[in-house]
Design a binder for this molecule. Structure first.
Ligand code: NAD
Length: 356
């Protein structure tokens, strides 16, 4: 598959390939949009089976970042980078070469950590470029975004609860959390504080047991969590959990979680709507992590970050209203919500082919 064939009719502004024979660096940076600001998105390190697979992933992820930033009200575009390989190829020289590659884009793209990369990697990359966020707190960064992400998911749950039941209180709501890692564990704490009735599961028994012991929440098996009868199912582990096999098994009223790419395919968007389940798009519910790390771009203002995270509630309500009014799935309504802001407040580059 050629690059232009892969881009197709999408509106990516730039797709740039970085290659450093000395270190074996092979990276692709895709910038979907800089209409609202610089394109911020993490660097994913993954042993892609082919260059096509890496290209497809970076094109899809960079577009999603533009939508996430726009829907969250941030003055940021959307970009993403993929590095082909695994930890065995990594050295400081490797990340230095990558840092120079990021720097060559002169701030059009700002990187951060993502699947396969760490705050320590960002520290090394930052020796070559200033266009890095997501660094550790002791390294002049904003620190781990996971508690912020969890707070944003709670705001999205409150909005979904208002939409479904007419009150946004989570008190007494039964919430099933799949995956209690960095985000899921913080989410469970917030939910217990809000008097929700929490049930959880994790493939790591120690992660689940720690919360059960400390907070008295209930644990079920990882096989049963998706079909747990509840108000809200919260996927906080991997992507693709909403698919042709799992959707008929769900017994929840809404799905609101932090995991990226929860819908396995586009068809699953329709499928979950037809099942009568309210799906809050993941890129809206989990945007607080981006809000948190992007605050590193200026002097970190905790109040402003907090207000923006709170604003996820209003964004979800607007999206759900639009979905009802225009007879759209929430996912389609969220994409239009994001695209509308890019058109309205952006500099007019992204949708240069006219109205879509
Ligand atoms: P994490 O790796 O800390 O936690 C994931 C947890 O899920 C782990 O405890 C793991 O054991 C568990 N898990 C994996 N497979 C499972 C399964 N089949 N059933 C039950 N549990 C399972 O990751 P995280 O940082 O908490 O992120 C969770 C999700 O949220 C990811 O999809 C991530 O991309 C997304 N996300 C995270 C942030 C953030 O700020 N960390 C921001 C936006 C999106």
């Amino acid at each position: 598959m050629g690059v232009f064939e892969a881009i197709g009719t999408d509106d990516h502004e730039r797709v740039v390939v970085g290659h450093d024979p000395a270190t074996g660096l092979r990276a692709i940076i895709a910038i979907y949009s800089t209409d609202l600001g610089p394109a911020l998105g993490g660097t994913r390190l993954f042993p892609y089976p082919s260059e096509d697979a890496a290209l497809t992933d970076v094109l899809r992820l960079s577009q999603a970042m533009a939508y996430k930033a726009s829907a969250a009200g941030l003055d940021l575009g959307g970009g993403k980078a993929v590095v082909i390989g695994d930890r065995s190829v990594i050295s400081d020289d490797f990340w230095h070469a990558y840092g120079r590659f990021v720097d060559s884009l002169a701030g059009a793209y700002i990187t951060a950590e993502d699947v396969g990369t760490t705050t320590a990697d960002m520290h090394v990359i930052a020796e070559e470029t200033k266009w890095v966020v997501g660094r550790a707190a002791e390294d002049h960064g904003a620190g781990d975004p996971s508690p912020a992400t969890a707070r944003g998911v709670v705001r999205a749950m409150q909005a979904a609860t208002l939409h479904l039941y007419g009150s946004d209180s989570l008190s007494g709501s039964r919430v099933a959390v799949q995956g209690v890692g960095k985000v899921g564990s913080a989410l469970v704490e917030y939910l217990v504080d809000a008097d929700a009735d929490v049930v959880l599961a994790d493939i790591n028994p120690a992660a689940a047991a720690a919360l059960v012991d400390r907070l008295g929440v209930k644990e079920v098996s990882t096989d049963d969590i998706l079909s747990e009868e509840c108000d809200i199912l919260s996927p906080c582990s991997l992507g693709g959990v909403l698919n042709v096999e799992t959707i008929p098994e769900l017994r929840c009223r809404a799905v609101v979680g932090s995991a990226n790419n929860q819908l396995a395919t586009e068809d699953d968007d329709e499928r979950i709507a037809e099942a009568g389940i309210l799906y809050v798009p993941d890129f809206v519910a989990n945007a607080a992590g981006l809000i948190h790390v992007s605050a590193e771009l200026s002097v970190f203002d905790a109040d402003q970050v907090s207000r923006r995270i709170s604003g996820i509630y209003d964004a979800v309500l607007s999206i759900l209203d639009r979905a009802s009014t225009d007879n759209l799935t929430p996912n389609d309504a969220a994409i239009r919500f994001a695209e509308d802001r890019i058109r309205r407040e952006g500099n007019g580059v992204t949708f240069r082919h006219g109205e879509q």
